[in-house]
Design a binder for this molecule. Structure first.
Ligand SMILES: [Fe+2]
Length: 118
């Protein structure tokens, strides 16, 4: 799946075209993850299921890498990912101070290594 441009590409900046490529990549990686999930549901051969699961896991890595590339370049996306990722509880409550997240931008690993729940 390729997401079409909504304006003539020649009128877009190089940065916007690169962002478009990355957004397309994220969509394609998640699409592949979804396809593999479907195949996992119906594949009965265990060795083939293992191969499909391996490939699906690699697509997860690709999706995460493309998303991180975008996060580093789109401040509003960075802010939302920092707000929602690695939280617990109802997502609709994250903005209301109900869910616990790491507001310092860390992954909370320092807490975890001290034996506390991150
Ligand atoms: Fe991929």
């Amino acid at each position: 799946m390729t997401i079409e441009y909504h304006e003539p590409p020649s009128e877009l900046s190089a940065r916007t075209r690169d962002l478009h490529r990355a957004y397309c990549s994220v969509v394609e990686e998640f699409e592949a993850i979804d396809w593999y999930e479907h195949r996992l549901d119906v594949t009965e051969d265990e060795e083939l299921r293992s191969l499909i699961k391996h490939n699906q896991d690699e697509e997860c890595e690709h999706a995460a890498m493309a998303l991180e590339w975008l996060r580093r370049r789109v401040p509003a996306l960075d802010a939302q990912l920092r707000k929602y990722l690695f939280t617990e509880g109802p997502l609709t409550e994250v903005g209301h101070g109900e869910a616990k997240g790491n507001t310092d931008g860390s992954l909370g690993l320092a807490k975890a290594t001290k034996g506390e729940k991150a």
